[in-house]
Design a protein around this ligand. Structure first.
Ligand code: ADP
Ligand code: MG
Length: 209
C-alpha cells in the first residue's frame, strides 16, 4: 500500500501508511487498541475504501476492487461460522457458491481438514459440537477452501484462553509453513507476534512506527 489514509469523519484511523508485504511471508501488525490495525487490514482485504492512497497486488492496482473479487480472504473468529451446519458444510461453503460438484467439494474439504489437523470424523459433526479450538480450525479451513493468495487475520486468538492460545500460535506458524501462503496477522500482543512472524510492524495512532 502506498500513502494510504483512512478518515472517519474527524477520526484519522490510518495516517499516510506505506507498506510492502512480501509474497509468502508471515507479516504481523502489532499495536494497542484504537491504533488503526483493523482499519488497515480491512482496506487490504477490500472491506473498507481508503480516503486517499492506493493498494497494489503485485503490479495491479486493486484499490477499487471489491473484497469478493480479490484473491484474498479475511479469517473471522470462529463466531462467524454457520452454527446450524456441519463442519463439512462450513468448509465447503465457498466452493458450493462457485457451483463445484458435491463429491469434489467433499474431497477438497477433507484434504483441507487434514492441513488444519481436523480429524475426518468431524466432517459430519455439527459445529455446535466442536470445542473452541476446533471451531477455530474450522474457520481456518473454510478460509483456505477458497484457495486465497493472502489470508488476513484480525486478532483471531484474542478471545481464547491462555493455554489453548499458546497451542494455536504454534499451529498458525505451522499452517503458514504448510500452505506457503501470505499471512497478514493482527494482534495487540508483541509476544504472540514474536512466536509466529517473519516480520513485525508496530502501529500507533494510525502510523507504522
Ligand atoms: P484497532 O483495530 O487498532 O483497535 P481500529 O482500526 O478499529 O483500531 O480503529 C482505529 C480508529 O478508527 C479508532 O479511533 C476507531 O474508533 C475509529 N474507527 C474504526 N472504524 C470506524 C468506523 N466504521 N466509523 C468511525 N470510526 C471508526
Ligand atoms: Mg481491531
Amino acid at each position: 500500500m502506498q500513502s494510504v489514509t483512512k478518515r472517519f469523519d474527524d477520526v484519522l484511523a490510518v495516517d499516510n501508511v506505506s507498506l510492502d508485504i512480501e509474497d509468502g511471508e508471515f507479516f504481523t501488525i502489532v499495536g494497542p487498541s484504537g491504533s488503526g490495525k483493523s482499519t488497515l487490514v480491512r482496506m487490504l482485504a477490500g472491506l473498507e475504501r481508503p480516503s486517499a492512497g492506493s493498494i497494489k497486488l503485485r503490479a495491479e492496482d486493486i484499490t477499487d476492487v471489491p473484497a469478493n473479487q480479490r484473491p484474498t480472504c479475511m479469517v473471522f473468529q470462529s463466531l462467524a461460522l454457520f452454527d446450524h451446519r456441519s463442519v463439512g458444510q462450513n468448509i465447503e461453503f465457498s466452493q458450493k457458491m462457485k457451483g463445484v460438484a458435491p463429491q469434489q467439494r467433499r474431497a477438497h474439504a477433507l484434504e483441507i481438514m487434514d492441513i488444519v489437523r481436523l480429524p475426518q470424523a468431524f466432517y459430519s459433526r455439527p459445529v455446535t459440537q466442536c470445542s473452541g479450538g476446533e471451531k477455530q480450525r474450522v474457520a481456518l479451513a473454510r478460509a483456505l477452501a477458497s484457495d486465497p493468495d493472502i489470508l488476513f487475520f484480525d486478532e483471531p486468538l484474542s478471545a481464547i484462553d491462555f493455554r489453548l492460545r499458546k497451542i494455536l500460535e504454534v499451529e498458525m506458524k505451522d499452517l503458514h509453513r504448510r500452505t506457503g501462503k501470505t499471512f497478514v496477522y493482527i494482534t495487540h500482543s508483541l509476544e504472540e507476534a514474536m512466536v509466529m512472524s517473519d516480520r513485525i510492524a508496530i502501529m500507533r495512532d494510525g502510523k507504522i512506527v
